[in-house]
Design a protein around this ligand. Structure first.
Ligand code: SAM
Ligand code: SF4
Ligand code: FES
Length: 347
């Protein structure tokens, strides 16, 4: 592909928001016009979702997990993890504090921990909704009836990354899990009226750039409302300890491509990006992102929710993160949104 072709592809992506798989691959492997590519994603971000950045307060309420994903520090076979789960009162307390920091959404994230049965989750969801906050859940695969109960209790959004659209690779890295079931979960979540969030891990061993192109086309075919993309960061206490991991550059390229092809959705500047690059979230906000998810988990729990080494903010307080991230956002001429930040469909 010569220079003219790459610039024409960037223009096509920016103006039509449609590319073929081969065209996506050509842009993902190009290294010469990255600046032009990222600038186009930034323009599309500004045109469709504006300069406001939505902050979602993240509560990591349990690091206990029945699954065994090879890449993840919380996998059940990792005996080095001190497992914890927060009680409902503590979760509610952290949500109340999140509200006091001005966050309009809380994200409840955990391993797949069955101690939190449907009744427990429904109770927590209802109490948080009374605070006037939007709720995003990120608690893994559940039967449709369970998603229905969460939705009926008032949960607004659900995050479940597909991780990779390469089914064979997915089933190798997530032993005992089925790729088809994950897609079924995403369909159920969408049909039940949640805002649907999914996304990929960039740089898992065995992943190709073609499969990353498929990931972006998959996001579009699912009409996802939120896409979180981040680099895979090898964890020394997992079977993938010795693998190379994803790069900051490639993960932001996949993220920018997502902005170009799904122009009106919400896209976070992910924690894993900043864990690889000290300017990672600010750069991501300038390459298509419009959301940040500051941690509101308190005390020792932050250190214990260790998916990968080098995770940012593990020794900081929620109040510190709030002022830190506000400073970063304002430092690039953007502003913190005061709305709940639902997707406004424009595409
Ligand atoms: N258990 C739920 C699930 O898997 O959907 C939610 C929590 S899980 C820790 C959230 C995300 O962490 C996963 O979707 C995965 O993409 C990401 N993750 C896990 N291990 C990681 C690693 N080593 N590097 C980067 N991201 C990782
Ligand atoms: Fe459990 Fe999620 Fe980690 Fe997989 S990625 S081991 S489901 S916490
Ligand atoms: Fe946590 Fe900057 S956001 S220290």
């Amino acid at each position: 592909t010569d220079k003219k072709d790459i610039l024409a592809l960037i223009k096509k992506a920016e103006t039509t928001h449609e590319l073929t798989k081969d065209e996506i691959v050509a842009l993902l492997i190009d290294t010469e016009y990255e600046a032009e590519f990222f600038a186009a994603a930034d323009r599309v971000r500004r045109m469709y979702v504006g300069d406001e950045v939505h902050l979602r307060g993240l509560i990591e309420f349990s690091n206990t997990c029945k699954q065994n994903c090879l890449y993840c520090g919380l996998r059940r076979d990792n005996k080095k993890v001190n497992r914890y789960r927060l009680g409902p009162e503590t979760i509610l307390d952290f949500a109340t504090k999140a509200k006091s920091y001005g966050y309009r959404t809380v994200v409840l994230q955990s391993g797949e921990d069955e101690w939190f049965d449907v009744a427990a989750m429904v109770d927590i969801i209802k109490k948080i909704k009374e605070l006037g906050l939007a709720i995003t859940l990120s608690v893994g695969e559940k039967p449709r009836e369970v998603y229905q109960a969460y939705r009926d209790a008032g949960a607004d959004r659900y995050l479940l990354r597909i991780e990779t659209t390469d089914k064979a690779l997915y089933e190798k890295l997530d032993p005992g899990m089925s790729w088809d079931n994950r897609v079924k979960c995403l369909q159920d979540i969408k049909e039940l009226g949640f805002e649907l969030g999914t996304g990929s891990l960039v740089g898992i061993p065995g992943q190709t750039v073609e499969s990353l192109a498929d990931d972006v086309l998959f996001f579009k075919s699912m009409d996802a409302d939120m896409i979180g993309v981040g680099p895979f960061i090898p964890n020394p206490d997992t079977p993938l300890a010795k693998e190379a991991g994803g790069t900051f550059e490639l993960s932001t390229k996949v993220m920018a491509m997502t902005r170009l092809l799904l122009p009106d959705i919400n896209i976070p500047a992910t924690t894993a990006m900043e864990s690889l690059n000290p300017q990672g979230r600010v750069l991501a906000l300038q390459r298509g992102a419009n959301v940040v998810m500051p941690n509101v988990t308190e005390g020792e729990y932050r250190q214990l929710y260790l998916l990968y080494p080098g995770k940012i903010c593990i020794n900081d307080t929620p109040a510190h993160c709030r002022s830190c991230i506000t400073g970063k956002i304002q430092g690039i001429g953007r502003k913190v949104a005061e709305t709940h930040g639902f997707r406004v469909k424009r595409a």
